[in-house]
Design a binder for this molecule. Sequence first.
Ligand code: IVH
Length: 690
Amino acid sequence: MDFAAAQQRIQFLSTEINRHNYHYYVLDKPLISDYDFDQLLDELIELERAFPGLASPNSPTQRVGGDITKEFKTVKHKYPMLSLGNTYSEEELTEFDNRIRKAIGDKFEYVAELKFDGLAISLTYKNGELVQALTRGDGTQGDDVTTNVKTIRSVPLTLPPGDYPEEFEIRGEVFIQRPNFEKLNQKLAAELREKGFDEEEIAEQLYKNPRNFASGSMKLQNSAEVAKRKLDCFLYFLYCNEPIAETHFDSLKKAASWGFKVSDHYKKCSSIAAVMEYIHYYDKHRDQLSYDIDGIVIKVNNYAQQQELGFTAKNPRWAISYKFKAQSATTQLLKVTYQVGRTGAITPVANLKPVLLAGTTVKRASLYNADEIERLDLHESDIVFVEKGGEIIPKITGVDLTKRALTAAKISYATHCPECGSELVRKEGEAVHYCLNEYACPPQLKGKIEHFIGRRAMNIDSLGTETINGLFDKGLIKNYADLYKLTREQLLGLEFTIGDEGNFKKRSLQEKSVMNILKGIEDSKQVPFERVLFAMGIRMVGETVAKKLAQHFRTIDSLMNATPEELLSVNEIGDKIGEQVIRFFADDKNRCMVRSLLNSGLRFEVKDEEGFERSDKLAGKSFLVSGTFSISRDDLKKLIEANGGRNVSSVSAKLDYLVAGDKMGPEKLKKAEELNVKIITEQEFFELVK
Ligand code: IVH
């Protein structure tokens, strides 16, 4: 194909793909099959590869992302991005209505809209092309996230011909549809489970709610990762220099006609009573939407009237939001069960009669500890109120006392471990009960091994929860040191079950998995001392503490033999942590395990592989590095730590030094100047550690 023909074909394919994207992602009414769509896209990818000069930055092939943004550029908004005043009651809404009446009289109407729960975004189009996408930031300036926004399929990159102005800005909300959010969370949970994380850790790492997910995604530096996140975007406000309509309502219609995704749920309301009706309707039916809303936005429709009303310092006077109360449901408590964590900590769980809440079925709620059960005065078979705040794990907020049977017995906290039968202990001043049988209680033993192989610990990702369970149940491993004694013969053909609650599958280990497992175990022998120390699961020794201990004591011998005074002398190690470290190494079983790990060849001393000389020249000082330097930012940070300094991630009045490199964010610089933080160059920094 010659250049001219390729140009024509690329033009045709781009328009066609954009049209199909619009029908699929904006109108939700695809015209062709996924297969046919992929054929068009593949052809375009091929042609652009053959004629790179013809690939436009807004080509539909750019949706898959790939560009890495090191630091987002901060850009000033042409029109400030204000937030809205919030109201929580009908009285407050009536007051808003009265204020408007007083200012512009009775002749006006409102538009009521859904308040989408995501991240505000401002898009600029020039000659029908998306040229910039900014986050709200502080309202005056935001981050340039154009590369990430281009991966959102419902955001048009190129508009088909239409009556839009040469340049305009359109604002909206980036969000994720709830079913997509749940699917991504399920996928993440499965991956983490496979990597050996325990359920507690998995729950911690899951995306907490669609809103955080959307805003977190926009901050990712790898746009290819953003592209996988199935984000969506509703647009709800238009800014043009030239008038394109007299009312907000008509602007929304225009925006939709140009190809933007505008929700169908906006409505003209001639009175505040009509607004209330709209609010009541959506408060009741919001579960039926496939995305989260957290309230209703009310705007005066006419632009001239909006202008007359103007703004306060923070918000427009012509618009307000009405926030919904958290959603709740009632259901029956079936029973309280108890989970045993790797440290022996007991978590009581309310098992509930399944109930639909905010679009998902709720079967369980955490009860946290015995105090919480006491606070709720929970009785058997109680009818309870469950509520979902912004989080996915619901909580019980109260009990419907009118429905309690006279004979119902109070829930009395378990006295013995549900797994091993030992007596539970609650220490003075602590809220949590513990099973102290740490060397024989199966979930604790398995939990410790799972923690040991975890990604942030020894990172043996060829082992998963199910394999650990299988190995443990067959008696092949009793503790994590036993992992290093496993042989090919023991593993080959080993049977274990996967799945849960009536959905079991039997699996047996084949040659390839066995090789992978053994390789993973072998590779873990290179993991640095600080992570080995974290992996050992000493109570209260998390990643940061492990790092501090490793750097201070340098070898396992000096740590094992440290006195309480020596431990206390380490920066940020207090009595309680010291006590746990002493307790751990005082136990012969643990000493034995360390010896066994040492014999297996694990790293038990700090290697100064970074080649940085150590000193305490920067002791007690905090540093924030921003921008680019002659060495990598990671190396600069390591150098700071090697000299006793501390790296922090944001500017505050407590920050000692901001090390300013090339292309550093102006926002950080401005804040540091305002707070009188000392700003130094790379050269000045090297002087400090010379
Ligand atoms: S209008 C000046 N409409 O709620 C007009 N905002 O505090 C400003 N939001 O930052 C926004 N849905 O992120 C508007 N239909 C909607 C909205 C909406 C969600 C968010 C937006 C804004 C915040 C208001």
